[in-house]
Design a protein around this ligand. Sequence first.
Ligand SMILES: Cc1cc2nc3c(=O)[nH]c(=O)nc-3n(C[C@H](O)[C@H](O)[C@H](O)COP(=O)(O)OP(=O)(O)OC[C@H]3O[C@@H](n4cnc5c(N)ncnc54)[C@H](O)[C@@H]3O)c2cc1C
Length: 365
Amino acid sequence: MHDLIVVGAGLAGLALAARAQQEGQEVAVIEARSRIGGRSLAHRTESGCYDLGPAWIWPSMQPRVARAAAAFGLRLHRQADDGGFVFQDTDGAVQRLPHGFAQEPPSMRIEGGTTALAEGFAARLAPGTIRLGTRVEHLVLAADAVSVAAGETRLRARRVALALPPRLAAAIGFEPALPASALRQLEAVPTWMAGHAKALAIYDTPVWRASGLSGGAFSRCGPLGEIHDASLPGAASEAALFGFFAWPAAMRAARRATLEDAVRAQLAALFGPAAGSPRALLIQDWSADDLTATPADAPPLAGHPPYAPLALPAPWHGRVLLSGSESAPEFGGYLEGALAAAEAAAAMNAQHGGGLPAAGAAVGR
Ligand SMILES: Cc1cc2nc3c(=O)[nH]c(=O)nc-3n(C[C@H](O)[C@H](O)[C@H](O)COP(=O)(O)OP(=O)(O)OC[C@H]3O[C@@H](n4cnc5c(N)ncnc54)[C@H](O)[C@@H]3O)c2cc1C
């Protein structure tokens, strides 16, 4: 029997598992994907790693990611924004402004991508701690243990931490069942950025810089709504742009067959004809990834949701913790929130196994 089973090998789950194991607990991490990192996803080329999920951190405001990056020896670099900025109106008209929009505080990128944070925590775990390709389907509560069922796999632990979005926690079977009100409250918590998609265009050279442009653009017509330079520092024979789609998930799905052509045409309109012919074009649509998003995540959010700690009602209270970024005490939804949630869950778990009340407003009361 384990002391702790962590479900989800994203940043939150790996940080929690590393801490609990360091404190001497028997820990297993169960991950549905064939890789770690969750929403952190790298596209690797010979020149390095590009982020298809989260790319930015703000170390001046976010102490946990700053500490983790320093502990893992990761180099940070400022989001490039030197040069002119492009604005595209609703009718497609393009305006080139001589100056950029400096981000304040500056967004920083991690050399090696944000997956390097997850990899840093994973490297601290004893070999064999993480089981990949194992999707947890069912939790059964007994007096002394929580049983975790994932396909043919059955594991038992004194406590389980669901280090994943609340909407995905609600999709797991609970025996005894969670009250309907608790399920509704979990399902009501949006997963940050889950409805979004990112495009990455890779070039031989930064064609936009030849015309004095930074690679930054805002568009009111799409398909991309916000574009930035994604080039890797020091990469001599490669440059890149990334963009967030402005078109919502339903529109992207309806236009899937022509989406790449639409992106190429937009890049050419914004940055000149050469930008319309990238060496490679990748689209990562998180709304179509059922280990991140549910159909409820498809409609665009009006703003950043007011995330707060969550706890399950009795008899699950204190036996199954919610410890993904969307349950964080602060910075919920962000990478910093993933580490804050892990820290809070580790503190609860460290007290001792089983039965302790967990902090956070219990859902379904
Ligand atoms: C496009 C995009 C851009 C973003 N940009 C930024 C940014 O610039 N800066 C920032 O700070 N944040 C950003 N974010 C948010 C950031 O990605 C998240 O805050 C962070 O990755 C959450 O980590 P997590 O470990 O809580 O969850 P996740 O990374 O979602 O990890 C949860 C894990 O649980 C697994 N899982 C789910 N269900 C099961 C199951 N039943 N059984 C087993 N495993 C399961 C999943 O496969 C996944 O690996 C962005 C997100 C996206 C999608």
